[in-house]
Design a protein around this ligand. Structure first.
Ligand SMILES: Nc1ncnc2c1ncn2[C@@H]1O[C@H](COP(=O)(O)OP(=O)(O)O)[C@@H](O)[C@H]1O
Ligand SMILES: O=c1ccn([C@@H]2O[C@H](COP(=O)(O)OP(=O)(O)O)[C@@H](O)[C@H]2O)c(=O)[nH]1
Length: 238
């Protein structure tokens, strides 16, 4: 196997699909899908959680006096749209073995999810795209990523960021002197209150002893490079 991992859960933010003017940018969708197809074709077992941030986030609900629970379900539905956009792009590139599993029961456009079926299909080379978040308000897709990673018995969660190469001691976009960490323990994430994922997700990953690799997906073939171990990133483990 040419990759560091056999099975991974790749977390993509919805932001990765958008451009300045479009919620879906064809080149960005295609670039991500091409890398995913190459990885799957070469035998990497891939589960993907996609966020909804290019379309909607629950916190925007306050701007329109909407209760958070309603706003959160809108956000979860946004992740379904993103999953379908990614699925059709992957299929358009000729890789048909893709399942979109939704935490929300939308059987007309998504597959029924249970972890045993996902594992079985992934062993047959199917890519699993997990949408709908956890299906519960007050969570984010970071938590959903850790849950799905545990369920598919992933070796790690690969957390793709937009424009930062990993975890720093403070926000590198605000503090040019922020110190980069190549390695961190789960304990340090909590102890130093490093903002890489929400606390629920970080706690769950720590309890499950699940490694997390944080990397910048904005770079040529960075998703492939991080799987090959040739990209500078932050690895969070025991
Ligand atoms: N300790 C930190 N290490 C890295 N990035 C941080 C940190 N604290 C804040 N950030 C900021 O968090 C941003 C990523 O936020 P997030 O909501 O996870 O974005 P994404 O949509 O890329 O997942 C980074 O672009 C960075 O500006
Ligand atoms: O389990 C979940 C996952 C997501 N969301 C909602 O869906 C939005 C989009 O998800 P997220 O912000 O994680 O997307 P990303 O930032 O990764 O694009 C969130 O803001 C939440 O409002 C939710 O309520 N429960």
């Amino acid at each position: 196997m040419k990759y560091k991992y056999n099975t991974v859960l790749l977390k993509l933010s919805g932001e990765a699909l958008k451009s300045e003017k479009e919620i879906y940018n064809k080149d960005k969708l295609e670039d991500i899908a091409k890398q995913i197809v190459e990885l799957a074709t070469n035998g990497l077992k891939l589960g993907i959680v996609i966020g909804g941030g290019n379309i909607w986030r629950g916190k925007l609900g306050t701007d329109i006096d909407m209760p958070q629970i309603n706003a959160d379900y809108m956000g979860m539905l946004a992740t379904v749209m993103n999953g379908l956009a990614l699925e059709s792009t992957i299929k358009r590139l000729g890789y048909d073995k893709v399942n979109v599993y939704s935490s929300l029961p939308i059987e007309t456009v998504t597959d029924d999810y249970n972890f045993k079926r996902a594992r079985l299909k992934m062993n047959e080379g199917y890519i699993s795209i997990f949408v709908g978040g956890t299906g519960f308000a007050y969570f984010t897709t970071d938590t959903n990523s850790v849950i799905r990673a545990i369920e598919i018995d992933a070796d790690a969660v690969l957390m793709a960021k937009n424009g930062v190469k990993g975890v720093y001691d403070s926000d590198p976009n605000k503090n040019p002197k922020a110190k980069f960490y190549a390695k961190l323990t789960h304990h340090e994430i909590a102890e130093k209150q490093l903002r890489v994922m929400d606390l629920t997700a970080a706690t769950l990953a720590k309890d499950a002893k699940l490694p997390i690799e944080v990397f910048d997906m904005q770079g040529k073939n960075n998703i492939i490079k991080v799987m090959e171990g040739s990209l500078e990133s932050t690895i969070i483990e025991e």
